[in-house]
Design a protein around this ligand. Sequence first.
Ligand code: AMP
Length: 394
Amino acid sequence: MSMNILLLNAGSSSIKYQVLDMTDERVLATGLIQKIGGAGSTLEHTVGGEEFSLAQDFADHTEALAAMTAMFDAHGPEMSEIRAVGHRTVHGGDRFDHTVLITDEVIQTLVDLSPLAPLHNPPGITAIRAAQAVLPGVPHVAVFDTAFFAHLPAEAYTYAIDRETAQRLKIRRYGFHGTSHNYVSHTVAETLGRPYEDLKMIVLHLGNGASVSAIKDGKPIETSMGLTPLQGLMMGTRSGDIDPGVHAYLYRSGLSMDEIDTLLNKKSGLLGLAGVNDMRDVSDKAATGDPDAQLALDVYVHRLVSYIGSYIALLNGVDAVAFTAGVGENAANIRELVISRLDNLGFHLDPERNAVRSKEPRLISTDDSPVKVLVVPTNEELQMAREVKEVVAG
Ligand code: AMP
């Protein structure tokens, strides 16, 4: 019998989807719905290597998902063979430390958690309700970005602020990209042929958003994102770490809270320094001698090296470091810039291995490098589908 699982990743105006057959972990279809709620909505659907597209305005997520089901009916895969739906859910707060079956109570808890993730959780909840309407007969499951980090040590997740305020408002480090850090760290252990529990690892998820995690004794012990996905590394459009005093200073200088939020989340990072947010464009500009792009690269690498150093100290040594996501998987120049600054710490890059482009996990350090350096293409959908399958199987 087929074990097809539909995975949905919803934003406020977009939905990415994928159908996997979990009898053999094969991708059956992928799709992207864009500009939901506005003019010019589109749906792109790929199945069996063929692409189908539809340009039709969708007023909301329900209309968009209805169009997706019509696309399935016309071109496959069979809607009737979908056994479960998995929903990527950004913030599980302190309430969810694992993947759960969605009930009315779970939805209410997500509503209660929405102030912690105002940009992410509300569209997620809208998509859950819309998907339940178009697929009422199958279990719906929530997979949380925060769950992998739910049991960080208290010393890692606690901010040094007034305890009563922190407890009342649930202010602590939560961490994000957990599905990716989970998948990649397990793939590192498999690739090296070593038990997961025996490895001290650092995972660098470098996409448009970026985060680092440190894993020891089979558990994450630290990660760079915090209450929100704004903390930590420099990202495509997010500042990452800055002096917390900057917020109050900007506010007193006349910016509104929304303007400050937008400045730090959408107009900072690579975009803020170099004027472009895609690492390919930043690298191209830097190569032509553009000083702003060069500074952006320098800050990006400096931040990465300093996080890696700090995590080596927390782990008291490291066995393996893995690069993943758009920048980590593709930008050999960034990997080289970072690793070459760690040669006295036992990181020896093999330039030929680093230059290889592949969708497979691979070692890019030399055979005698004390620290193993890897590139591991992340696969959040597969990790989600495995977790959904487990929940559905009970
Ligand atoms: P993600 O969020 O994982 O999809 O990563 C998207 C980001 O990866 C883009 O914004 C680019 O900055 C970066 N990226 C993708 N492909 C490349 C590439 N070939 N070289 C450098 N950076 C890349």
